[in-house]
Design a protein around this ligand. Structure first.
Ligand SMILES: [Mg+2]
Length: 243
């Protein structure tokens, strides 16, 4: 699969986000955890570009136009503005328009035919079972959507924990708030974690925190914040020695 140039459901990633109520890193002296994989979902474990993201984009535009009573041009401008300022459309809507995040996510993640439009690679489940270490989903998407995708792909039992955007207080990647929350909750050391992602900004945060990084991309270049670049998630076991 060719997963690249994707954006999260909440907007494009931005390295400029800041945090004000940061969870702290696990205290030194705790028992070191074994290798733990943090997997992004969209465009990492399945292809969201083909059908899901276009549908989501239309749903977000319709939601914003309807609830803010503005036209599509204004809605586009607003989304771009909030993307630049906050790294996520939803954060701007919450802060400036009092949008209820649960309401927004519910209405922008309605996929009556989700089973028909999810595209994942054959062999994904077997690969995940073979891969040694704990496995955690870390997605900017809402919980129901994440669980639905995992179930449709048949990999819902492959993960030890799921962190959706609700569990990180609607502060999506690349904000480091969610990363730190997972490290604290799961009692992980960054050096034991490997973030697997298609979005570079998210990998930059992971690298800054001391994690190892895997970039899922069809592009050939490998930026300095990427430890391993793969074009398919199925390549992971073969690249284990480099992580
Ligand atoms: Mg992604």
């Amino acid at each position: 699969m060719k997963f690249y140039g994707s954006r999260s459901a909440l907007g494009p990633p931005s390295a400029a986000q800041t945090t004000s109520t940061r969870p702290t890193l696990p205290a030194a002296g705790r028992q070191p955890a074994k290798r733990t994989w943090l997997f992004d979902l969209d465009n990492t474990l399945h292809d969201a570009n083909a059908h899901i993201f276009p549908h989501m984009h239309r749903a977000m535009m319709a939601y914003i136009c309807h609830h803010l009573q503005i036209d599509e041009a204004e809605a586009t401008h607003l989304r771009q503005h909030y993307w630049k300022r906050y790294g996520a459309t939803l954060l701007g809507l919450m802060r400036h328009h009092g949008t209820n995040p649960h309401h927004f996510l519910h209405h922008t993640h309605q996929f009556p035919e989700l089973e028909r439009i999810v595209i994942a690679e054959r062999g994904l489940k077997a690969m995940l079972h073979r891969l040694p270490g704990r496995k955690i989903i870390f997605s900017n998407a809402p919980q129901k959507y994440v669980r639905d995708i995992l179930q449709i792909v048949g990999i819902q039992h492959c993960f030890d924990a799921i962190y959706s955007v609700e569990r990180i207080r609607f502060r999506p990647k690349p904000d480091h708030f969610g990363f730190l929350r997972i490290l604290r909750n799961e009692r992980l050391r960054p050096c034991d974690c490997i973030m697997v992602e298609d979005t570079q900004a998210n990998l930059k945060t992971a690298k800054r925190l001391g994690m190892k990084t895997v970039w899922v991309s069809a592009l050939t270049r490998q930026p300095p914040h990427v430890d391993v670049k793969i074009s398919s998630i199925l390549e992971l076991p073969a690249r284990l020695a480099q992580l």
